[in-house]
Design a protein around this ligand. Structure first.
Ligand code: SF4
Ligand code: SF4
Length: 146
């Protein structure tokens, strides 16, 4: 149970990666209303996101294709206010407990889907199939106000 014994800073690269619950919620496009400063989540996923597998199609080289993909790290996790409340990195950084459906607790990578905590259980669509002007039609909820 390394996530209980170590801080995010103390985790090895493999431990850090294994903390991800593979929900895909950080791969949906977020919209920023520049007037109200509200941030909205959408059901549109990044062009590199594989909707069948619920994972990035080229995780190791993703920055080459998606310049604004954000690499999570112990130093920026607390600044990324738009991350979902269920995000394992956010939970651990705030001293919380992983959900029962997290694979490190359940022992299965399927539980995030079986409990409908992944984006692919919510009718997402790739940004490649959405026109820029139509993103607002895919808003699912307001996340935060900056
Ligand atoms: S929201 Fe957090 S736990 Fe879910 S895929 Fe993104 S980094 Fe991983
Ligand atoms: S590049 Fe990959 S990890 Fe980054 S947002 Fe897109 S699908 Fe997610």
């Amino acid at each position: 149970m390394f996530w209980k014994e170590k801080t995010l800073n103390e985790m090895s690269p493999d431990e850090w990666e294994s903390l991800c619950d593979r929900c895909g919620k950080c791969c949906t496009l977020k919209l920023h209303d520049e007037i109200s400063d509200d941030i909205y989540d959408t059901s549109v996923v990044c062009k590199l996101f594989n909707i069948k597998k619920c994972e990035c199609n080229d995780y190791n080289n993703r920055m080459k294709y998606v310049k604004d993909c954000i690499k999570l790290s112990p130093s920026n996790i607390n600044e990324l206010e738009w991350l979902p409340e269920t995000c394992a990195y956010k939970i651990i950084s705030e001293g919380g407990e992983l959900f029962d459906w997290h694979h490190l607790i359940s022992g299965s990578y399927d539980s995030v889907h079986e409990t409908k905590n992944s984006v692919i259980t919510n009718n997402v669509v790739s940004e490649e199939n959405v026109k820029d002007d139509d993103y607002e039609d895919y808003i699912t909820k307001k996340i935060i106000k900056l």
